[in-house]
Ligand binder design. Structure first.
Ligand code: FE2
Length: 397
């Protein structure tokens, strides 16, 4: 059965732009630069194996390349190059799936769904027992919820200690940090971090003082405080950054361009610091990652003329994040688990009375690239188009 999407109507060589233009049967138009086509020929996704002779291969100098003629068959395009270069052949469907025209790239790009507190509160929760009984579609939906909304709320996770790591391992290998794999979010005298105390904790992303902060976080409730205190709060950092871009573009541009210093020397064995941007965008200007905290923001170390603008910009971003309209509040019960994208979602906690009962959560994390890798494999196994597999990246390196 013919599919106009993968049918070439005609190909034109455009020597001045050093590219070939393909007009497709569905009226789409693609341009592929000679240098891109030459490189693609050697790319290991296209070849079945890496070739030894390509190990130190440089990209071609674009200005030296020319194509003399093109042949098209039902399923491939063959280029005849000027000079000594051998002919190269491309699968037509591969070309179409990798077209980098603006509209094709926009379709492949992941589109996060922004939410405020009210929107977030009404998102469906996932029954972990249903997933454990083998409902792969539910697990896939959970993945997509984290991809699209930055979080998923789960219930019915067994309340045995360590079961958070077992659940997290469905999404990728559980990460080990200086605190181990599973960390107890409960009163721990002698530990000097908010998670081990009873006070209010404002919205923040975790581990901003790492070069690459933890990726996908899992918070699992084993015991809720009997008073009903200690609610969990979630904030969409992408919505906060989007509002900052509109309300204070200078602050947005500053945080999108200038690294900010974070530091954690709070406990024995911690001498962490990292200088990274609070807001990251991709080459198209889309917001792809935020990192924010008030508590591990270090005294800044930057050129004098940037000091005041830096603090002004951080303050403006904080004001957007702290807007009560953004805050989703949720009182976790035993068996509840929050899965959150730490490169997007800020989390926090309401205060609770330390002396009147116990509140106990366990936390672990999975690297963000591992999570997306597992998701892409699941998508591939469902026969989804290659385009879909490119859907999620970004973050805040
Ligand atoms: Fe935290």
């Amino acid at each position: 059965m013919s599919n106009a999407r993968y049918e070439i109507r005609d190909v034109t060589i455009e020597p001045d732009r050093r590219c070939v233009r393909i007009n497709w049967a569905d009226d789409h138009e693609s341009r592929f630069h000679f240098v891109w086509l030459r490189h693609s020929e050697f790319f290991s996704d296209v070849l079945s194996t890496d070739r030894v002779e390509d190990c130190r291969r440089l990209p071609d100098d674009p200005s030296t390349l020319s194509v003399t003629s093109v042949d098209v068959t039902d399923d491939s395009m063959i280029l005849h190059w000027g000079g000594e270069a051998d002919d190269t052949t491309y699968a037509v469907d591969w070309l179409r799936n990798n077209c980098y025209a603006d509209e094709s790239r926009a379709l492949r790009r992941h589109q996060p769904v922004l939410w405020n507190g009210d929107d977030g509160n009404v998102r469906d929760r996932f029954d972990w027992q249903e997933i454990e009984r083998g409902n792969g579609e539910k697990l896939f939906e959970l993945f997509l919820s984290v991809r699209d909304y930055g979080f998923a709320k789960v219930f019915n996770v067994p309340t045995d200690e360590g079961s958070v790591a077992e659940a997290a391992s469905r999404f990728g290998p559980v990460m080990t940090t200086h605190l181990g794999q599973v960390f107890d979010v409960k009163l721990q005298p002698g530990f000097n971090i908010g998670a081990t105390q009873a006070n209010y904790i404002g919205p923040h992303t975790d581990d901003n003082w790492r070069y690459a902060p933890i990726g996908i976080s899992f918070f699992h409730c084993l015991k809720a405080h009997p008073s009903g205190g200690g609610y969990s709060l979630l904030v969409d950092g992408f919505l906060a950054a989007t509002r900052l871009r509109k309300n204070n573009p200078d602050a947005f541009d500053f945080l999108n361009a200038t690294p900010i210093l974070f530091r954690s020397y709070r406990n024995e064995g911690e001498k962490y610091c990292a200088r990274r941007k609070m807001i990251n965008t991709d080459q198209d200007g889309n917001i792809i990652g935020v990192r924010f905290t008030a508590r591990t923001l270090a005294p800044q170390d930057m050129p004098e003329h940037l000091i005041e603008p830096a603090y002004t910009a951080v303050r403006a971003f904080a004001q957007e994040i702290y807007n009560p309209d953004l805050e989703q509040q949720y009182l976790m019960q035993p068996g509840d688990m929050h899965v959150i994208d730490n490169h997007r979602i800020l989390h926090g906690r309401g205060a609770f009375e330390a002396n009147t009962g116990e509140r106990h959560l366990q936390h672990c994390s999975v690297p963000r690239d591992e999570f997306h890798n597992t998701l892409r494999i699941a998508a591939h196994n469902r026969g989804m188009a290659d385009e879909f597999l490119l859907m999620a990246d970004g973050a805040i390196g």
